[in-house]
Design a protein around this ligand. Structure first.
Ligand SMILES: C[S@@+](CC[C@H](N)C(=O)[O-])C[C@H]1O[C@@H](n2cnc3c(N)ncnc32)[C@H](O)[C@@H]1O
Length: 244
């Protein structure tokens, strides 16, 4: 962690948000000047990623295959820890060249022979070797405008009984499903406005969609701190479900 690295990230978040109507161009405008500092800053902003990957990893058998959609710098693949070496293959799928560059350097440094990067759109990608055992989305669904298509494609790319794991920011519905958290009017109003500046769209609909389309195995709803912003915490969820 470096103070000036953090300042570079905050500067990009404030003034280089990406304004192209093309998603790939927009992502590359946003991330190109912060890719080197991305991991250090996001470690303190994107909560629950370690838990998600641990929960997914411990349910995978030797030789299993995994797609990390919007996988960026490959940080999450590292979070698989001891479970990574048992995987047959893991693909980090992302549209953003600069972040995939960091992932490629990480793969080379760590010597992960079973990990590969793919530059592709999560709403369209079909793995050439067929359906996989697990698909994960870590803070990527909120950046994918057509998130319905991304989830539908993920389900199509999963083997029957395969695992879908998601961690992301969200807000609750005003009247959530019984058993799920209810956020205050302030929380439901603040976070979509806050994150929309950076083309991140916390939704009240991701969790209900996942609940309806998968058999839930593990769900957590938490509040995470924001670097340099005292007092405020942003809601995030972790969802693990099995393809029915
Ligand atoms: C907040 S970052 C999260 C990256 C990584 N999963 C993590 O947890 O650090 C969101 C990621 O989603 C990627 N992304 C956004 N839309 C995408 C799409 N349609 N297809 C593939 N990747 C996409 C971005 O390029 C970026 O890497």
């Amino acid at each position: 962690m470096s103070f000036w690295g953090d300042m570079r990230v905050i500067w990009r978040m404030a003034f280089h948000r990406g304004s192209s109507s093309d998603l790939k161009t927009r992502l590359e405008e946003f991330y190109s000047g912060q890719s080197a500092d991305y991991d250090s800053f996001r470690k303190r902003l994107l909560h629950g990623r370690e838990s998600l990957m641990r929960e997914v990893g411990q349910r995978l058998n030797p030789g299993a295959t995994l797609l990390d959609m919007g996988g960026g710098t490959g940080n999450n693949i590292g979070e698989l820890g001891p479970h990574l070496c048992k995987l047959g293959r893991a693909d980090i799928v992302d549209l953003c060249g600069p972040l995939l560059g960091v992932a490629q350097a990480r793969i080379a440094k760590e010597g992960w022979a079973n990990v590969h990067t793919v530059e592709a759109d999560a709403t369209k990608f079909i793995p050439p070797s067929g359906p996989v055992d697990a698909v994960t989305f870590s803070y990527s669904l909120t950046m994918i405008p057509d998130w319905f298509s991304a989830l539908e494609k993920a389900l199509a790319n999963l083997k029957p009984g395969g695992i879908l794991g998601v961690v992301d920011f969200y807000i609750s519905r005003k009247w959530p499903t019984p058993g799920r958290k209810k956020h205050s009017t302030f929380t439901r109003g603040l976070w979509p406005l806050w994150f929309a500046n950076d083309n991140v769209f916390p939704s009240p609909d991701h969790l209900p969609w996942l609940d309806a389309h998968l058999e839930p195995i593990h769900v957590e709803e938490g509040m995470g701190s924001i670097p340099y912003v005292p007092l405020l915490k942003a809601p995030y969820y972790i969802f693990l479900g099995r393809k029915k």
